[in-house]
Design a protein. Structure first.
Length: 698
């Protein structure tokens, strides 16, 4: 039976913390016909899968609005994203906000100490003061009531109870100040969330919205969602390339910072691959569109970043669970305070000081900042879960081909057997590898073209993972690969010498007879030794090279890097090695190209794919994708992970200690409700300031 469910994205306004996103998720999930729902705080959106026969979007919108939030249309959402502001604007707003907050604090404290609030109480009738309190706090009270009707208790419920308690004992000025700081705290949380979302919004703002297309011998400009694969796109100097595709004609320099994080321009010409959201510098080009919008490399990056918060770290899950029991604990402390001390004011202070969302904000704010900042630098991190695992990783396993080397081997020697010419040997091997996508196969085909060898398309082709290929060429059975698949491989002095020099030797067998050997070599990446040393400095204790190549070839590069190695491995052998380390209690990072080592990347605690730009397979296979082909990204992302977890722990310790001190002072009557209301907003500012450090490269 075909799947008739529809998936819809809704832009949600008014979410400030994890508690808000959970409220929206709960509201939508209760609508009839909704199959599943994911709510993303970072991108302020909900992805709803529903049965259109049983539900409609109006019912979902009503559910969101009844929960106290709003559904924005696409244009409004887009404009709000672009209003995310630059970092300089955020700093100015934060400075002004801090000055205003400090001024209010001074007025409140002075009023409490010098008896001004008592004087105000004596001169203003209670009814007028109480009405002002209800009017000022109505937006928050409304959310609390709606949540209660949905059988949910939010953090603002505590402060609302504090307001009620203050009004009951006749302290309407205290209730008014509580409402003032309730609203200030709400804006603080909103600003904190927006500041953390800034990196993600800045990334999405780079997405192209239109494209200039060749149509009927002319040019027209279309919205990006009306462009289709096969269209020819015109890109002029200074414009963003709107699609992924191949250059048909023209030459240009391209700034690929949006994809790779590196602003060094690259030259492109006919046949070159280009990516959406990159910027054409000098020159104009015509591009054959292959992927558009969310299907483009940049679109997939945005999707992965937005969905990253679904992969929660253990520490974030702990914070979420703690938030679930935090409110009952505080209510218990408040009741105990009233029963033991018979002090309604102290009870109100307990309820008020505990209202902050800081515990719920402590982890996701830092994670959002790191994921967004990493994406801008070409480091695609699929969630806080992988940052936490990477921060405690102690084993680094490295695939050789395409990872430690450029993955572009070339033929350096040809050793035909007696009765076989060099051209015949290369032509036979290249024909057998005609359909293979392995880098060595491309090296053999390139050598065949250079030597003008006639290449025949094989009648039968079989790739044997980790070993080589079997094919029928001109009616004869040809086997190309290592000693494992070519049983009568040569042991001639020339072959032995090449293997001892660390070269990869490929043997060619025709109808069961070895007709020669071909040596290929790859170029090592020059930045690898320094990057491996930097990974060690970040706390990686064991580094091991894994390869399907010969021991001699692996030994040469392993010795240069000072790491251990295992050679002659099949794909399943690499998976077994990862599991072996995991069984011993190690946290394993696997670095590969995300193609031939995809199973091992998936098995590792953290799989890192190199050079993932343009590779759907690599982006899907890895937990972290390095969009540029540069090994320096490996220690960079380890450093980001460790720094993120340090800041998360600082946030949690800070908010935990702060709340403990505040609750203690309030319960013993030392902290009056007015100051408790002021104090509850401060942890949010502390978390914002601490987490914002992750937006700055170190």
């Amino acid at each position: 039976m075909p799947d008739t469910n529809e998936t819809t994205e809704l832009s949600i306004g008014g979410m400030d913390c994890a508690d808000c996103s959970q409220t929206v998720r709960s509201a939508i999930s209760r609508v009839a016909g909704v199959v599943s729902v994911e709510v993303y705080l970072a991108s302020e959106k909900a992805v709803v899968t529903r049965d259109p026969a049983r539900s409609n979007l109006d019912a979902i919108r009503s559910a969101v609005e009844n929960a106290g939030y709003r559904v924005r249309n696409g244009a409004a959402a887009g404009s709000e994203e672009r209003l995310g502001g630059a970092a300089a604007l955020s700093r100015r707003v934060l400075t002004v906000f801090g000055i205003m907050f400090g001024a209010v604090m001074v007025i409140v404290i002075a009023g409490e100490w010098f008896g001004l609030i008592d004087a105000l109480t004596a001169r203003v009738p209670y009814a007028i003061g109480a009405a002002a309190v209800v009017f000022g706090g109505f937006p928050v009270f409304e959310k609390v009531i709606r949540a209660a009707m949905s059988r949910r208790i939010t953090s603002h419920a505590l402060m609302s109870l504090g307001v009620v308690a203050a009004l009951v004992i006749g302290e309407w000025p205290t209730a008014a100040v509580i409402v003032l700081f309730m609203r200030v705290g709400e804006y603080t949380e909103s600003f904190t969330a927006d500041r953390a979302r800034h990196a993600v919004k800045d990334l999405t703002a780079r997405a192209p919205t239109s494209a200039r297309i060749e149509r009927d011998a002319g040019e027209i400009e279309l919205p990006i969602d009306e462009v289709v694969p096969g269209d020819v796109v015109i890109v002029r100097p200074g414009e963003r390339i709107p699609v992924d595709g191949k250059v048909i004609s023209g030459n240009a320099t391209i700034d690929q910072a949006a994809i790779t994080g590196e602003s060094m321009p690259v030259e492109v010409s006919a046949g070159s691959e280009v990516f959406a959201a990159t910027i054409a510098g000098l020159g104009a080009i015509r591009v054959h569109a292959t992927k558009i919008g969310p299907d483009s490399t940049f679109g997939r990056v945005i999707t992965m970043v937005e969905e990253a918060e679904a992969n929660k770290s253990d520490v974030q899950r702990f914070a979420d669970r703690f938030s679930g029991v935090y409110l009952p604990i505080v209510l218990g402390i408040a009741m105990l305070t009233f029963l033991v001390r018979r002090d309604a004011i102290a009870t109100a202070a307990v309820l008020v000081v505990a209202c902050s969302c800081s515990i719920a904000l402590a982890t996701p704010i830092a994670m959002l900042a790191s994921v967004g900042a990493g994406a801008k630098r070409g480091l695609l991190i699929k969630g806080g879960k992988y940052l936490e695992l990477l921060a405690r990783a102690d084993v680094l396993l490295i695939d050789k081909t395409g990872t430690l080397t450029f993955g572009r081997p070339r033929v350096i020697d040809v050793l035909p057997a007696a009765g076989c010419s060099r051209e015949e040997l290369i032509g036979t091997a290249a024909s057998a590898e005609f359909f293979s996508e392995h880098p060595i196969a491309e090296a053999l085909r390139a050598a065949g073209r250079e030597m003008n060898c006639p290449l025949a398309e094989p009648g039968r082709f079989e790739a044997v993972p980790g070993q080589g290929v079997r094919a029928d060429v001109d009616g004869r059975t040809v086997v190309v690969g290592g000693r494992r698949i070519v049983s009568d491989a040569s042991d001639s002095p020339g072959v032995v010498e090449l293997e001892s020099d660390g070269k990869t030797v490929v043997f060619v067998s025709r109808d069961g007879v070895c007709i020669g050997a071909i040596a290929v070599a790859d170029t090592p990446r020059p930045e690898v030794p320094a990057a491996v040393a930097a990974a060690r400095a970040e706390g990686i204790r064991r580094i091991e090279l894994l390869t399907g190549d010969t021991a001699a070839a692996a030994r040469a590069i392993a010795a240069e890097l000072g790491v251990e190695f295992r050679a002659d491995l099949l794909p399943e052998d690499k998976i077994a090695i990862v599991r072996e380390y995991q069984a011993d209690g190690h946290t394993v990072v696997m670095v590969g190209d995300g193609v031939n080592d995809a199973p091992a990347l998936a098995q590792a605690d953290v799989g890192i794919a190199m050079g993932a730009a343009g590779s759907d397979v690599a982006i899907e296979a890895a937990h972290i994708a390095l969009m540029r082909d540069d090994w320096s990204g490996v220690p960079d992302v380890i450093r980001i992970a460790r720094r993120t977890m340090r800041i998360v722990k600082m946030n949690l310790v800070f908010t935990g200690v702060y709340n403990l001190i505040g609750l203690t002072l309030a319960a013993f009557g030392i902290l009056p409700p007015i100051l408790a209301a002021a104090a509850q907003s401060l942890p949010d500012l502390g978390i914002l300031g601490n987490s914002s450090r992750l937006l700055r490269p170190k």
